[in-house]
Design a protein around this ligand. Structure first.
Ligand code: PLP
Length: 331
């Protein structure tokens, strides 16, 4: 691999001009999963973005380091985040918001439960205001959040409102930076990854990686395992967001660089599949790694299936990003 330090520096210099918090404990560990690698003859590595630190970690810390810095930079005093009742993003946004001294409001899809568990329990512990909307429709949540913003603005508050998953061009910079980190991981480990695989939903993680890939001119593939949307819909979301993210750092995105696989969703978002249950149990019992049943379990089901059906070449190097979400195990 040529000029690795130069590549990393080039990506970092491009994003340096954007304000950033440093709550994430980066870089995250990467290591070979011997049990899967030895069984299938493919070198499978795991990047532990479940250990990004702060507020129990996950992929959202990378985005929030940029988003909350922008909120503070704009002089906002109130944060609005949107997600499902068990949203990992809302839990993380709440932790970042209170740590920055902001008044945090969460618009949460789903009825208010009598006994909050998992992420919602942590939202309560963080002392933020939860507004429940009895709907699973992302557009309805966004409309409620807009209404809330109007109301809070009329009370004199200055609002920073984030969409589902914090997937804006600014938030996606977190995964452009992660790509630079992965480039350094490859150099340190002495491997070149042929593919990166991860759970994809609101497009921010995948878009950031795609932009990093374009900046580094990296030939490998980035495979987003959809956990909710049909692949054409998610591909479009990723392309739109990747282009908007790329515009901030003078990169160019080709549509054919976007790979989304929706084969592992099953009956729908957050509905368990046998493959996902198998993956969660296997990672726990053989590797001591806790996945979740909504995101990483489905992505790992995809990984295991690709290994079984021989979708990766023998001796290929594959990086699985564990994007977090395991608070769901306490739901
Ligand atoms: C644990 C976990 N993994 C993956 C994702 C998907 O990331 P993105 O929304 O950036 O596509 C999410 C999003 O909520 C998540 O919580």
């Amino acid at each position: 691999m040529n000029n690795v330090p130069d590549l990393i520096l080039m990506i970092q210099e491009k994003i340096e001009s954007f304000p950033r918090l440093h709550h994430s404990l980066l870089p995250t560990p990467v290591y070979r999963l011997d049990c899967l690698s030895d069984e299938y003859g493919v070198n499978v590595y795991c990047k532990r973005d479940d250990l990004t630190g702060f507020g129990f970690g996950g992929n959202k810390t990378r985005k929030l380091d940029f988003l909350l810095a922008e909120a503070c930079d704009q002089g906002c005093n109130t944060l609005i985040a949107i997600g499902a009742n068990q949203s990992n993003f809302c839990r993380m946004a709440a932790a970042y918001g209170v740590a920055c001294g902001l008044d945090v409001h969460l618009v949460l899809g789903g009825k208010q439960p009598a006994n909050p568990t998992g992420n919602l329990r942590l939202d309560h512990l963080l002392g933020v205001t939860c507004h429940h909307v009895d709907s699973t429709d992302w557009d309805t949540w966004a409309e409620e959040a807009e209404k809330l913003e109007t109301e809070l603005t009329s009370q004199g508050k200055t609002i920073y409102r984030m969409p589902v998953g914090g997937s804006t061009p600014r938030g996606a910079l977190g995964y452009v930076d992660a790509f630079a980190e992965i480039t350094a991981d490859q150099s340190r480990l002495g491997v070149e990854f042929d593919a990166i695989m991860h759970a994809s939903s609101s497009a921010g993680t995948q878009s950031g990686l795609i932009v990093g890939r374009a900046m580094a001119n990296w030939p490998g593939s980035i495979i987003g395992i959809s956990v909710a949307k049909p692949q054409d819909e998610l591909k479009k979301d990723v392309l739109d967001l990747a282009r908007a993210t790329a515009a901030q750092v003078d990169a160019k995105i080709e549509p054919d660089s976007i790979i989304v696989d929706d084969s592992y969703i099953g009956k729908g978002y957050a509905i368990r599949t046998p493959g996902c249950e198998e993956a969660v149990a296997l990672f726990a019992r053989k590797m001591g790694i806790f996945l979740d049943y909504v995101y990483t379990g489905k992505a790992a089901a995809g990984l295991i299936d690709y290994l079984r059906i021989g979708r990766f070449d023998k001796n290929a190097n594959v990086l699985f990003i564990h994007t977090g979400g395991n608070i769901e195990l306490f739901e």
